[in-house]
Design a protein around this ligand. Structure first.
Ligand code: AMP
Ligand code: MG
Length: 410
């Protein structure tokens, strides 16, 4: 049997970060940066006021107090955006708003609250240390400082940082486009009438939403019956699609076990570049991966909904992160203390869907699924907030045990 890290490595080896495109800043949110962004100039670019108030010479106001205000002549009015450079001479002040450049000669800002807010003359009621309420040139970034590294996921703060250093466009990795399909002759569309033996296809919705949550575009192909010819023709359509329609990966569910109608395995096992293996984990033991003849990577997951969910987080999400160009895993695993007890199969790493709640000394977890780790238990999956990861050599989890937890995408 293959270990989980071995199969993760095999999956990651199928892909590389997607080609680089240039996007306008307003579209950059959610992409992964493909260049290092540096500050071309110092930030702030000039000394500027941190307060609405008056730019003064500290020496002029050393004796100012509420009882004995100092009166200064107001020689300019500096709004944010003003490019005026009035010389602040002895006995003078400039009215100044937050963000406006500090005029030459001034070395302190007196907040408007400590004045009578005069516009011709101003009465200053407190002293000001030299340098006070001045944001210094370069105190945020020096010219040439790195602001964002390639491989960074662009969210609100990262996009605004790029804007602040004057970038209108960014080089990012193209967003992956992923086809999702489920297989099984028992599957019908949700809401359709069910005859005995049929069930609604839930996996194609599960996987499509997970692919989207992982920052990719999705083409949900829905459910295909366990028929080799149908599956073969569907896969070749997507594998051979012209450039604009191409998908960067195919994720399938079902049909990878030892059953008589396991059609994914039947169709793909015959192809060079595909492999079907048993991975030492529970759930999720049967797994397939490789490349279609046209080069499209395929991850073939087992069909039990909990198995598909776990397999996505363990194998597919890292592959999608790599395609996106992400430098590091988005969510690093943490740990938590277990509230209840369950058994785990010998020799297989277990991924138990759990709920998380706050305990007296950190996070605690409880099984999301009442009836054990059964990989068919879809109901409990809807409550799962994380997967508790139990090592292969542990056979029983007891209350108070500490386990590794992987947050799941919701
Ligand atoms: P398989 O991996 O194809 O052997 O499927 C294992 C179990 O998962 C069977 O009970 C299937 O009916 C169920 N299953 C497979 N695909 C889906 C799906 N798309 N939605 C819900 N259940 C499924
Ligand atoms: Mg099946």
């Amino acid at each position: 049997m293959r270990t989980v890290p071995e199969h993760q490595r095999a999956a990651l080896a199928l892909v590389r970060p997607l080609p680089v495109i240039r996007v306008a800043l307003e579209d950059a949110d959610g992409y992964v940066l493909a260049e290092d962004v540096r500050a071309p100039t110092a930030l702030p670019r000039w000394d500027n006021s941190a307060m609405d108030g008056y730019a003064v010479r500290a020496d002029d106001v050393v004796d100012a107090s509420p009882e004995q205000p100092v009166t200064l002549r107001v020689l300019a009015d500096l709004a944010a955006g003003s490019d005026a450079e009035p010389q602040v001479t002895v006995g003078a002040a400039a009215r100044i708003m937050t963000g406006a450049p500090v005029p030459p000669g001034a070395d302190a800002i007196v907040p408007v609250e400590a004045t009578d807010a005069g516009t011709v003359e101003v009465r200053i009621r407190s002293s000001a240390r030299a340098g006070v309420h001045i944001r210094r040139v370069g105190e945020d970034l020096a010219a040439g400082d790195g602001v964002l590294d390639a491989g960074t996921l662009l969210g609100a703060a990262q996009v605004s940082a790029a804007a602040s250093v004057g970038r209108a466009t960014l080089a990012v990795h193209r967003r992956p486009r992923v086809a999702v399909l489920s297989t099984g002759s028992e599957l019908v569309g949700p809401g359709e009438p069910l005859r005995r033996g049929q069930i609604p296809d839930s996996n194609s919705f599960l996987l499509a939403a997970l692919v989207r949550a992982a920052g990719c575009d999705v083409v949900r192909l829905g459910a295909v019956p366990d028929d080799a010819a149908t599956l073969r023709s569907l896969l070749s359509t997507w594998d051979g699609a012209p450039d604009g329609d191409r998908v960067d990966a195919v994720v399938s569910s079902g049909g990878v076990s030892m059953g008589a109608y396991d059609v994914v395995k039947e169709v793909l096992a015959e192809q060079a570049g595909m492999e079907f293996v048993a991975v030492a984990m529970q759930p999720g033991k049967p797994q397939g991966l490789g490349r279609l003849p046209g080069g499209t990577p395929v991850l073939a997951l087992p069909g039990n909904p909990v198995s598909a969910f776990v397999s996505f987080h363990v194998f597919v999400r890292p592959v999608l992160q790599r395609l996106r160009g992400l430098a590091a895993a988005v969510a690093e695993p943490g740990s938590a203390v277990v509230d209840d007890a369950w058994r785990t199969p010998p020799g297989r790493e277990q991924y138990m869907p759990v709920t998380i709640h706050a305990g007296p000394d950190g996070d605690r977890v409880r099984r999301a699924v009442g009836g054990g780790s059964g990989s068919h238990l879809v109901g409990g999956l809807a409550r799962a907030q994380a997967l508790a990861v139990v090592p292969a050599d542990v056979e029983e989890v007891r209350p108070g045990d500490r386990v590794r937890v992987m947050r799941v995408d919701r």
